[in-house]
Design a protein around this ligand. Structure first.
Ligand code: PNS
Length: 182
């Protein structure tokens, strides 16, 4: 079982799901329902996106859970928790969580995998931050997620795009003045 918030799913998540699917007979990607008070994407939207993104992976199922993760894992008869570690900075939190989960359910093992290094800096939080400011998230999230972000944050993207159209004009104006002075 691969638990997480997936708000939104990133290319790093997808990379890890693909790696997990190669190792485990079955993989349940489990979205935590109450992770944040005001998530960017509803659980239904995240479920739909992840289902679409993993439709080609027959051993992968997407589900949601609430409450203690180990209890949901037990209800699935899962033997392993899959988590991704991108950098040393992830390690401390992941170690704490793995040990707490072991304390809660000693029969459940946590397995860590590393996503491709090109995604080592990609997180849902940073993707949200960049997208909320109308910045490009191409290559960081799958296309379907990029599209959903654009739909959701249309005003931010419009503002950003307009700024980019205006900025060269402003700059060229400044440049002209500078040349005139010189
Ligand atoms: O993608 P995230 O936000 O890093 O995932 C964190 C998640 C969902 C795996 C973790 O918060 C979790 O399992 N929450 C469920 C509640 C729980 O069991 N907490 C104890 C974990 S030690």
């Amino acid at each position: 079982m691969y638990p997480g918030s997936f708000d939104p799913p990133t290319n790093g998540h997808l990379d890890l799901i693909e790696r997990g699917a190669k190792i485990f007979e079955q993989l349940v990607v489990a979205i935590l329902r109450n992770s944040e008070k005001s998530p960017m994407f509803s659980v239904a939207e995240r479920l739909e996106m992840l289902r679409e993104l993993t439709a080609n992976l027959k051993s992968v199922r997407i589900d949601t859970f609430d409450g203690l993760m180990v209890e949901y894992a037990k209800s699935l008869d899962a033997t392993c928790i899959l988590r991704g570690i991108r950098a040393i900075s992830d390690y401390e939190y992941e170690l704490q969580m793995a040990l707490m989960n072991r304390k809660l359910e000693p029969t459940l093992e946590t397995v860590f995998m590393m996503p491709a290094d090109k995604y080592s800096y990609v997180s849902s939080r940073l993707v949200r931050e960049v997208a909320q400011a109308g910045g490009p998230v191409k290559g960081l999230v799958p296309e379907v997620v990029e599209q959903k972000l654009r739909e959701k944050l249309e005003p931010a993207y419009r503002f950003h795009d307009e700024m980019h159209e205006v900025t060269p004009a402003i700059l060229s104006g400044k440049e002209k003045k500078r040349k005139k002075r010189a």
